[in-house]
Design a protein around this ligand. Sequence first.
Ligand SMILES: Nc1ncnc2c1ncn2[C@@H]1O[C@H](COP(=O)(O)OP(=O)(O)OP(=O)(O)O)[C@@H](O)[C@H]1O
Ligand SMILES: [Mg+2]
Length: 290
Amino acid sequence: MNEPRPQQASASAAVATADDEPGHRPEVGSDDDLAISVRDLCNEFGEQVVHKHLDLDVRRGEILGVVGGSGTGKSVLMRSILGLNRPLAGSISVLGTDALTNDKDARRRIDLNSGVLFQDGALFSSLTVAENVALPLKEHHEEIDNDLRDQLVRLKIRLAGLPDSAADKLPAQLSGGMRKRAGLARALALDPDLLFLDEPTAGLDPIGAAAFDQLILTLQQALGFTVFLITHDLDTLYAICNRIAVLADKRVLINAPISEVEQYDHPWVQDYFHGPRGRAAQRSIEGNNP
Ligand SMILES: Nc1ncnc2c1ncn2[C@@H]1O[C@H](COP(=O)(O)OP(=O)(O)OP(=O)(O)O)[C@@H](O)[C@H]1O
Ligand SMILES: [Mg+2]
């Protein structure tokens, strides 16, 4: 994407940025109230060191943007937090629970409170959208009867901005943007406190990406969950993130509001935020917040 994308009008976005610098969403939460805390994380695959003594804090109720060059370990970090990748060393606390524990009940508590949209979508291709969204409910809430489950599934599909007619379609019958929304509906199935999104706007056209950003922001403000959002998309960072964590040199270089991150003295950060795309994204936001 070379052009900055149009910003969609949204009441919630206007409230969020009204008292703030254009495109710089205010910090929320505090360092005393963390949703996720990662300390001294080390990940290696064979000879390849991906993370070395990485620390990261995610505050409750914030949208944290996680950025970094391709292959810097953003997805591996997310998978480590989700318990899908066993790190070599370090500690991870999620909603006050040790995420590396072998205790099944503790792990289940975290899983029940985490909604995930994976980088590759990861919908089951042989199941309809409704069946995909129903899966977490079936797995974790056997006590819910079929009728109630169907109603919950339809509600999540609508929440994700899909028409009711999408429910009975297979993923292959949807556009890329609709598939992302279907993945989001599934991530929201259990009303999670934490939403993990890995490149949610990758592959969407600029208008579709802006609409998806606004959907995340509106849902976050309505439901209050914490968002761990991996993205390469500068427009997303300016439009909806409260803070940005930059992965480089095998660790989190800086985790701060975007206005601070832009000034950070590191070649990747300077190229990213002050290269042609970074400048375009800033201008686009400023143009929409005169
Ligand atoms: N299961 C695995 N086995 C071996 N190597 C892996 C595994 N998972 C990830 N890696 C390697 O770890 C590095 C970091 O991968 P990761 O997927 O986290 O990158 P990323 O920052 O998400 O990149 P992108 O922006 O392209 O998605 C890559 O070099 C990748 O090849
Ligand atoms: Mg990745």
